[in-house]
Design a protein around this ligand. Structure first.
Ligand SMILES: *Cc1c(COP(=O)(O)O)cnc(C)c1O
Ligand code: SF4
Length: 311
């Protein structure tokens, strides 16, 4: 993955945001651990059609492209991000729609990537197709564009996409999942772009990744989740950083994360608190227990099928 950053983020870094600098600028720190670059098994195990990951029975994740306006150094899909090979042709989109249409068990489609807002035309095309498939009951769109490049929400192509979203949302609910990790990211321009998303009537959720020396701190996360709650965003997930090749410098000790989430549970409303999970390699998103019970062995968990997985 190449380094890529927007002028918007550079401005925030120049104003002194170390949290943003560490997320986007490459450091010379050497990675010691040997993880796989696709430890979640996305391509190797779960991709029936280009772009689609079908890992959970009723839900698919659809990678609209591998393009993002800026590149987060801790990205789970760093093996792909920035590569044009992820672009979908109209034939690919047709195959994806056909796959979903012919699997009635799929009722929830998550557009991801890459960032679906970076390729508004393809995303519009996909949304249009999905809205005509009977078994699709919910559509979700994951994005980080309000953080990377909020000014782009004034562009005609994104305004057009938001218009389509507002129309479809009247028929079947659309959820927009914004990836946000630190209060420094919620600057005025970003808040304005979020307002534009809100005007479409969709429900907005947030997703956060625990990042060492960036947000592994009670006060930082308290401020982040409280701010999100106050602008009408529901904090949905906080992920333990994935065990992906190149990411070890971002991974926090699990005990610290637990301690932080336990303290936040003491201080915040349940509405303002995301579910703390670990995406167990190849298995799925498993909630991490907080410290309200004693003697939990943190060296293993059971996956959705009851199988024991060593962490
Ligand atoms: C996270 C994820 C989903 C969605 O999971 P939810 O718990 O429904 O938010 C779906 N597919 C894949 C491959 C995922 O990684
Ligand atoms: S926005 Fe998401 S997909 Fe894109 S680089 Fe960042 S973490 Fe990866």
């Amino acid at each position: 993955m190449q380094e890529k950053i927007t002028n918007h983020l550079l401005k925030l870094i120049n104003k002194g945001s170390n949290a943003i600098k560490t997320q986007f600028m490459r450091s010379s720190e050497i990675n010691k651990t040997i993880f796989s670059d696709d430890s979640l098994g996305e391509e190797s195990k779960y991709s029936p059609v280009k772009g689609i990951i079908h890992k959970y029975k009723n839900r698919v994740l659809w990678k609209v492209s591998y393009r993002c306006a800026a590149h987060c150094q801790f990205c789970t899909r760093r093996r792909q991000i920035g590569d044009m090979i992820g672009d979908l042709t109209s034939t690919d989109i047709k195959s994806g729609l056909l796959y979903i249409d012919s699997h009635p068990v799929i009722d929830d489609v998550i557009l991801s990537g890459g960032d679906p807002f970076v390729t508004p035309r393809q995303t519009t095309h996909i949304l249009d197709g999905l809205s005509q498939i009977k078994n699709v009951k919910v559509i979700r769109i994951s994005t980080r564009l309000p953080i990377h490049l909020p000014q782009s929400f004034n562009s005609p192509s994104i305004r057009e996409l938001l218009h389509i979203i507002s129309l479809i949302n009247q028929k079947l609910p659309i959820f927009i999942q914004i990836h946000v990790n630190h209060p420094d990211e919620l600057c005025t321009d970003t808040l304005n772009s979020i307002k534009k998303i809100k005007e479409t009537g969709v429900t907005i959720l947030s997703q956060t990744v625990f990042l060492r020396e960036i947000n592994d701190d009670v006060n930082v996360l308290k401020e982040l989740f409280t701010s999100l709650y106050r602008i009408g965003i529901l904090p949905y997930y906080i992920y333990r950083c994935d065990y992906i090749k190149g990411l070890d410098k971002f991974i926090c000790p699990i005990e610290n994360e637990q301690k932080i989430m336990t303290e936040l549970r003491r201080q915040l409303s349940g509405v303002a608190i995301p579910l703390y999970i670990i995406d167990v390699p190849g298995k799925g998103k498993i909630p991490v227990p907080l410290n309200f019970w004693d003697n939990i062995d943190m060296t293993f968990c059971k996956d959705f099928d009851g199988e024991i997985i060593h962490i």
